[in-house]
Ligand binder design. Structure first.
Ligand code: NAD
Length: 375
């Protein structure tokens, strides 16, 4: 079995010296494209030292398995063998043509971000491992843009007040943002639409603020995600948070709804009500954004001197950590799909992890959420 790890168009890489060592230990041949780990501070020598062969992009053509960070490009698809298994964060919503192209290329594509949030699959949960780091990095990015100190400092020359940080969306990224802001000494509040978030927020020492009506009590899906809230709820939520946001120094938004555009939580009028020098970090910017005026990939300064941070691929801003965790997630999943005796790929198509993540197989789009679109 040959496993290929390409260099990506972004800083992260889908293998680490540790995962290469494990794969080689299982008896597989691992080929890493030269320079693949550079932006994650993993030198080719380190991969080689763990047993990988350092190769080139064209080596993808002989691989049975390709481990990737991003969805394969058209050119990459052309280079793969028919029947190759490709594991990546496929980001397939609204990308019907790209999904169809993967089917046409004959690859068995796995969208690793669809891994069910069940105990057995925790070690394979790329959304959690990357969101956790993104939540941390969002606070670091906010602190970098903020021109005051975050903790309260009582000095002989006077007192610096603690920064007020409000985190909107208390899932994996939001909870880590809360914890990080607390560690930096900020006074932290947070909101979410799922009732389960309340206890998690308060257990981290932050105050929970939300419209806790009937709809709120039913906002969590069986999968643990948020539903898209009604117009009425959104209006009540906006009214409740508007006044609060005006008093904040830093607002970090992380709210997402699977398969839907991100909910708009902060209007331009609310941004305009904030004090000059305040910071908004919109972690949902790639999915349409929670903050009106956030620009993907840019730090914008509004007319009233508020900065809106819209960095893309925030986990990639902390690539050396993100790659190690991502690589481990993919390794753990791949390990469930290989036969250690025959040393061959043995995909169990009735396994719930496979069913949840497999997008294309044997020339067809097989994932229920996308199969219809492709017909
Ligand atoms: P996500 O990235 O889909 O969304 C981020 C947060 O935004 C969520 O908490 C969501 O409720 C919130 N949100 C959505 N709409 C909102 C709105 N209008 N206003 C305010 N907040 C809004 O979520 P996630 O971080 O992937 O986590 C989803 C859930 O899965 C959480 O309950 C998390 O604890 C759970 N989880 C479980 C496991 C596990 O058991 N293995 C692993 C990871 C996550």
């Amino acid at each position: 079995l040959i496993i290929f790890i390409p260099a990506e168009s972004e800083p992260r890489v889908a293998a680490s010296p540790e995962t290469v060592k494990r794969l080689v230990g299982l008896g597989f041949e691992v080929v890493v494209e030269a320079g693949a780990g550079t932006a994650s501070r993993i030198a080719d020598d380190e991969f080689a030292g763990s047993g990988a062969v350092i190769g080139k992009a064209a080596d993808a053509g002989k691989a049975d398995v390709v481990l990737k960070v991003c969805r394969p490009t058209a050119a990459e698809l052309k280079s793969y063998r028919q029947g190759a298994a490709v594991l990546a964060t496929m980001d397939p919503y609204g990308k019907d043509a790209e999904v169809a192209a993967m089917a046409k290329a004959g690859i068995t594509a796995f969208a690793t971000e669809f891994m069910p949030r069940i105990t057995r699959a925790q070690v394979m949960d790329v959304l959690s491992s990357q969101a956790n780091l993104a939540g941390y990095q969002a606070v670091i990015d906010a602190a970098y843009e903020y021109d005051r100190a975050l903790p309260m400092m009582m000095t002989a020359a006077g007192t610096v007040p603690a920064a007020k940080v409000f985190v909107m969306g208390a899932g994996v990224a939001g909870l880590q943002a809360i914890a990080t802001a607390r560690r930096l000494g900020a006074v932290v509040t947070a909101t979410d639409v799922r009732p389960a978030a309340k206890e998690q927020v308060t257990s981290l020492g932050a105050k929970f603020i939300a419209v806790e009506d009937e709809e709120f009590r039913e906002a969590e899906t069986i999968g643990g995600y948020a539903k898209e809230m009604s117009k009425e709820y959104q209006a009540k939520q906006a009214a409740l948070t508007a006044e609060h946001i005006a008093k904040q120094d830093i607002v970090i938004t992380t709210a997402l709804i699977p398969g839907r555009p991100a909910p708009k939580l902060v209007s331009a009028a609310v941004v305009a009500s904030m004090k000059p020098g305040s910071i908004l970090v919109d972690l949902a910017v790639e999915r349409g954004g929670n903050v009106e005026g956030a620009v993907p990939g840019k730090v914008v300064t509004t007319a009233n001197g508020v900065k809106i941070v819209g960095h893309l691929n925030v986990a990639g801003r902390i690539a050396a950590s993100a790659s190690l965790l991502y690589a481990k997630n993919l390794y753990a999943f791949l390990e469930t799909m290989v036969d250690k005796e025959t040393k061959q790929l043995a995909i169990k198509r009735d396994d719930e992890l496979v069913k949840a993540t497999m997008l294309t197989d044997a020339g067809k789009v097989v994932h229920p959420a996308f199969a219809k679109v492709a017909e």
